[in-house]
Structures are given as structure tokens and as C-alpha cells.
Design a binder for this molecule. Sequence first.
Ligand SMILES: Nc1ncnc2c1ncn2[C@@H]1O[C@H](COP(=O)(O)OP(=O)(O)OP(=O)(O)O)[C@@H](O)[C@H]1O
Ligand SMILES: [Mg+2]
Length: 474
Amino acid sequence: MSDDLKIKLLVVDDEQSIRRLCMTIGSSLGFSCNEAESAETAGSRLENDPPDLVLTDLKLPNQSGVELLKQIRGVLPRAEVAIMTGHGSIESAVDAMKLGAYDYIEKPFRVEKLRLLLQRMAEKVRLVNENAFLREKVNTDENLDGIIGTSSGMQDVLRMISRLKDTRTPVLISGESGTGKELVARAIHFRGAMAQSNFVAVDCGALVPTLMESELFGYEKGAFTGATKTKAGLFQAANGGTIFLDEIGELPLEMQAKLLRVLQEKEVRPVGSNEKIDVDVRVIAATNRDLEAAYRTGTFRKDLYFRLNVVTVHLPPLRERRSDIPMLVHHFLNRYAPGIHLQVTAAAMKSLLQYEWPGNVRELENCIARAVTLGDRQTIDVRDLPPAMRTEQHTSPELNAQEASSLSTTALAEMERMTILRVFEQAHGDKALAGKMLGISRATLYRKLKRYNIPLRGAGEPVETEPEVQAAGG
Ligand SMILES: Nc1ncnc2c1ncn2[C@@H]1O[C@H](COP(=O)(O)OP(=O)(O)OP(=O)(O)O)[C@@H](O)[C@H]1O
Ligand SMILES: [Mg+2]
């Protein structure tokens, strides 16, 4: 494995035997190790060859370990520093921790103890780097309207948006509840040439038919009791722009006929009026129902279906684009805990990636809002997630032990595969970076890519395929 893939450990001690021991342990953990016999030498290394981890003696010839710690905090805020102390200097070590050292270890120490300490530090560095990476990526990739998604499914949707934004073509947006249908409808309008005109959203399921008609088309003064003055309808309000007919499947048959006429003739007749008013409106409709099935069973007009459905944009459910989950998580963390750089633990991210998300992105958003409220303001851990998410989703009580264990192996394999895909995406297909983020060697990475059938494109980018579960032993 080339050195730039590895976690870098710098050992600072004036005793050569100690340096050697620490470096042997570091190397056995796969780190790339470097040494310095004084704080000055270590200090000069910080810029040229910045370490991820520093293990420093407290007592050094001129400058102390604590001074070095302060210097590191200044230039390498993401590096983790542990202090080695001799007998009787625990107090200074505790002081060092107040200054931001990760931990201290007393000399002489057991090899196993140092190994565990270094492992914990490396884990923390990986976690912080991954979280920072995602945060930056959200900041650079987020569109003006906040649509997040790099999965192939969402890329298709984003391409459709840019193709449709400047057209007057009717669009039908389909997708389960909470997948982002309204967000996409707004993007089509506000990214396009009609952005300066109105975007009017109507919830077709929310009004009784009689009210619906006067809402949509307006009414004349005296058309019904309470109509004390003439009022324009929503179609007129949207003139020159977009009308978004949400939950179109809920529209009563009688209103469907009226809507069809408006779309065909491009004019509305307000309730109680004999005059028709011209309207030029682009229609975007959305549904979480299967409209095709609805017109076959007669609850939705076939002619209206074909008029609305000139182009369909389908939003895939979140469970079919799990690689978007990490970025969405950080997007919502930015929204609900702005300015606080919360870390999501690996275990919590694993649970978030594994969950089925029946409520899709809205459910994920609620889950993050909840975790921010419940959490300790530093990390989001599994305990901050809703109970349903904390348990293994794939096992049921009826399964016998053998089935359960093979299932969880399969689930683990799927997890691993998704994690690799996700990290690869975050690393823009850069194998070196991906390896570093995953904390595995290049050889191991290649073995895993092969095992999980992740094909590599020319430049080393895996082509995204949705996770097909492979046997873990393969
Ligand atoms: N790709 C995405 N990126 C960022 N935020 C998203 C994305 N998709 C959905 N959201 C957010 O999730 C929430 C639900 O989205 P939206 O209301 O557009 O879903 P919907 O499909 O219209 O849901 P419903 O069918 O329940 O009306 C919103 O807060 C929205 O901003
Ligand atoms: Mg909606």
C-alpha cells in the first residue's frame, strides 16, 4: 500500500527505544510512522508531512510535549495527540487533556494498551475526516433549491429538471410520500425561464369539490351565498407561470372533467360567470398513487391522465438510493444544527443506511431533527435514533438461529458494499482517498470491489449499481 493511503503517526520522544517500540506498534496497525527526538524537530515536520496522529512524551529536552500540543492544535486542528507520561506527571497530563489532547498513557505501558489507544485515535480521525468531507461536499454540491442526491436515480431526476425547466410541457411527478415531489416541482419552475412568474401549489385532496372549483377557477360576485365580490381563481393567479396540482389522484371525477377542459381550451370560466378568461399556465401534477391503475379501474379519467402525463419524472424511494443518505444526513444537520459541527458515529450512520425509510426523505429529515434535539450536541449516536431504527431490520422472531445468523451475515455484506460505494462516491472515484477513508489497504480494497461486484470505470470510478446482496464469503 502506498504511504499516502495510510494514517500517519508521528512519535516524539528523546528515548530511541520508546520511539522504536511505538513505531513498531503503529506499523503493525497499518500506519505510516515517523519519529522525532525533540519538539522542535516534530514542529518542523508539521507542515511538510502533516501527521494524523501524534504520540508525544511529556518531558522533552527543550520544549515540552504540552508546548508541542499547543502548536499542533494551531496548525492541524484535525490531528489527534496523545501524551506519554512518566511516574508522577499525571497532573500535567491531565492539563494536556484540557488543552485538547486525546488521552494520555503512563510509562511503562503494555503494548496492548498502546495499540488500543492508537486504534481509538485512528477511528476518531477517520470519523472526523469523513464527517468534514461530507459537510464540505454538501456545501459545494447543494443546489440553490437544496436538492441533494448523487445516486444515479437522483442524477436522472436532476437531468430531467434541467431539460424541462424552460418548457411549457405538462409534467407528472410520481413517487412515494416524502420523496421530494414538491421540491422537484419547485425546482422545475424556479430554475427555469418562468422563475419570475408565479408558482401556485394546490392540494387536490384538501378541498371539497364545490370549493375546489371556485378556488381553481374563481367566482363572480353573487355566484353563491357568501360570494360578496368577484374573486380570481388559482389558475389566473398562476397565469404565465406554473400551477402545481399536488395529489392529483385525489381529484374527484367531476373536477377531473373540468380540469381537462381548462387544459384543452386554455381558458377558465369562473363559477357564476358566462365569460371565459384566457390562461396560459404550465401544469405540473404530482401523485403518490399509481394513476395508471386508477384509470384502469375507472377512478381517474384516462384522457386527463394522458394529457397530464406527457413527461413523467419518477422519484425513486430512498431505500433504492441509499448512497444519498450520508449527504442528506449532513444537509439536514446543517439545517437543524447550523454552525455546530456534529459528528455522526459510524454505528449511527450504519443504522441510517440500513433502515427501510417507508416515509422517505421526510422521515429522514424528522429523524435528524429529533436526533439534534435529543443528542449531546457533539455526536449523533445510535441511541439518538428512533427505536425502530436501532434494531436489525432484516430479522424476524420466526427465524431460527441459523437463518438469523446467515441473514445478518448477508446484511453485513450488504452494509459493507454500500459503505464502499458511498465512500467511493464521496472520494469521486479516487481509490487512494477511498482507501484512506475506509482505512483499508489498496489490496483489500481491490479484493472487496471484486467480491461485491463493483465494476471500475476507466478512471477508477465504480459505476453505481444499487446494492445486490452478495454472499459474505464470496
Ligand atoms: N433530494 C432532496 N434533497 C433535500 N431535501 C429533500 C430531498 N427530497 C426531499 N427533501 C425534503 O424532504 C421533505 C419532503 O419533501 P416533499 O414535500 O417535496 O415530498 P413529497 O414527495 O411532496 O411528499 P408528500 O407525498 O408527502 O407530499 C421536504 O422538507 C424536502 O425539502
Ligand atoms: Mg408533497
